[in-house]
Design a protein around this ligand. Sequence first.
Ligand code: S3P
Length: 423
Amino acid sequence: MNLTVNKSKGLKGEVVIPADKSISHRSAMFSALTEGVCEVENFSMGADCISTLNIIKELGCQVDFIADKHIRIDSKNAFKKDRYKLDCGNSGTSMRLFSGILASRDMESTLFGDESLSKRPMKRVILPLELMGAKFKHNDYKAPLIIQGGELFPIDYKTPMASAQVKSCILLAGLNTYGETKVTEPYVSRDHTERMLKYLGADIVCEGVTAKIKKSKLEPKSLKVCGDISSAAFFLVAGAIVPNSDIILKNVGLNPTRTGIIDVMQQMNADIEILDKRVECNEEVGDIRIKTSDLKPVTIEGAIIPRLIDELPVIAVLASQADGTTVVKDAGDLRNKESDRIKCLVNELKKIGVNIEETPDGFIIEGKTNLIGGSEVECYHDHRLAMSLYVAGLVCEQPVMINEFQWVDVSFPEFLPMMQSLF
Ligand code: S3P
């Protein structure tokens, strides 16, 4: 589906942000490990999380929708077969986290995915799991991955990059391994795995950049997923850059390992306010109000990068409307996402008039630019690029046509009607 975006005269109103993708994945995966019955409220309906749901069904869980976005997972008969073939679709989180879950079980599992996922690097999870004793077959460390799992040894592992997927993969292998498994990252990445495992009763301890886990049984419990700050990010940026805007985003996850975008927007002088902060299922949640803002440029580097990694494409759009030079560094791993998010983003934003230059580990943007638009742009099968380009289109003089916009369904099928409800 090709979509034309027109210049907006202002965004006004309130939207409830749909479920967090990272937390939804984990809620389904960890429910599958409880050997009991769990209910998950507000599960994400994005294609990625549906891939995880289909995988746990394939693994033997009974999954029923008992209300809208509300599922019941019975895992009493899970993991009973010797061999599994599991389709991860476009989802890196499914492939990397299930690798850890399956490697510690005496079975052969094949994990495969779509064209984009088959090109993404898996060495980062294969290496530590091999150190723990798992056996892999792969094609130059790419999917499909065939895992011969079994009893593993604990490790004390220092990850070369701050990646929640790598950390979670090792912790999940450690959850089913005697002894203490320890993971240390260069900077703290999102800690939803640690928080949810703790909530479900696992023996897990977090100290700064290190997490330690011992073999544990998980208790079946009810879980509720909060809204995704990475989805809210498109509305935060749209609200800040579209003239005459004032919007409220309800039910947004505010876990500090994810709120880098709020810190950056505050530094950029955005008119942003957090309302009604609370805690649900061991995760901070709140509402956010954002209004049209006079923006200053910023340098984004180092420890904050993992706290806003998925938001960088839309932050580039934000920076194009800030008065001065914004620099993003230390974000080379953006090249390993659903697309090469540095190259593709720079290519497409240039087409609509953004003054942006690619660097090896980020980009430099010179603002403020009056965006001309009037062109056709590509999203490279990448949901976050599609939505970032849409937000840019809202401030372009001429309409912007985004090709294959349907890729938004990977994380945020509700995006378009939700945005249009604010017109
Ligand atoms: C995720 C971790 C991040 C993020 C991805 C989801 C997770 O990836 O980009 O969208 O749910 O653990 P990395 O671990 O590769 O940084």
